[in-house]
Design a protein around this ligand. Sequence first.
Ligand SMILES: NC(=O)c1ccc[n+]([C@@H]2O[C@H](COP(=O)([O-])OP(=O)(O)OC[C@H]3O[C@@H](n4cnc5c(N)ncnc54)[C@H](O)[C@@H]3O)[C@@H](O)[C@H]2O)c1
Length: 351
Amino acid sequence: MRQLKLSTVIEEDIEQLAKSLNAHKKHFEGKTFLITGAGGFLGKYIVLLLRYFNENVLSKKIRAILLDNFVTGYEQIIADDNLIFIRHNVIEPFEIDEPIDYIIHAAGIASPVYYTKYPVETMDVGTVGTRNMLELARMKDVESFVFMSSSEVYGDPDNAHVPTKETYNGNVSVSGPRACYDESKRFGETMSVTYWRVYNVPVKLIRPFNVYGPGIRPDDYRVLPNFIEHALRKEPLPVHGDGRNTRAFCYINDAIEQIFKILFCDVNGEAFNIGNPEREISVHELGELVAKTMPFKVDVVNIDPPHAVYASSDPKRRCPDISKLQSVIDFKPKYPLEVGLKRTIQWFSEQ
Ligand SMILES: NC(=O)c1ccc[n+]([C@@H]2O[C@H](COP(=O)([O-])OP(=O)(O)OC[C@H]3O[C@@H](n4cnc5c(N)ncnc54)[C@H](O)[C@@H]3O)[C@@H](O)[C@H]2O)c1
């Protein structure tokens, strides 16, 4: 396995994140974390942050057990004596002798193009995989467990429910092209909350809204990497359909800060939106913004959606209400879209 090559943008991000989380130092000191999906987009930042804490901040080092089967993750890793990477498919139970303090279950198949390609694996990781991780959390009597669910549990909300609060029950198709992902996250949440009610496993459900940033796979096909990839090849940016659907994008550092602060809070059995509600933007406007940020001219074009996941079932609006989260933790988004976009484009250009 290859060690991950770092970039200045990512190094700055990790340093900044460590500052934002410095008040929580005691929660990191000498603890053992288990991270699933550690080779993925969010997983990689989490692992880099743990390594940064070990190298620069803590006197008692963190241990981390890092699981991934690399179905979509890059097999390039960050590992040392304290950060142990294990190739493991979480739909199989995982056993280990040492104690575990925190679990972040981030394994999943999040990109619509990939979950269309691997629908059964997508259902399994959200359901069987989540059950296995909850069982491990119960056996190890962990201090806290985060299940990385998704804002897709809300399906296609009507205008009255945007910005969307956690109390909205969702408008989700049980059998549409997105169901393998959406419904497995919904059932994953049901299982997590049941483990809290029945076994007192201190679970938190996190529902991210459109996280982006450096480190996302250039061939991930989610809208921003797709636009940036086209722009760097000086090809027109492809907007699916009329581009009127909206999203609110959250830079990865803002997302990781929210994840750790929720992990360390003492509110259990609850769901929290994470994201940046400051700007709900249409996909067409986003294309224009990416084009404007490039140092050369690129066009934005409308194309027929290439997949059913985009054609018939793409949610019309996505924007989080994060007031519940802000009533529990100290958090304000630090990265406006223009700033995060510049950093992401810089990272893509370096690759
Ligand atoms: N990034 C976002 O905007 C976003 C939005 C909503 C939800 N989420 C959720 O957050 C989590 C992390 O997202 P991400 O963007 O880093 O996704 P990602 O696809 O980049 O990473 C997920 C990782 O999980 C691994 N994985 C998948 N199935 C596995 C299995 N059975 N066993 C072990 N590893 C497995 C993949 O190989 C990959 O490395 C996912 O669960 C995703 O569904 C992310």
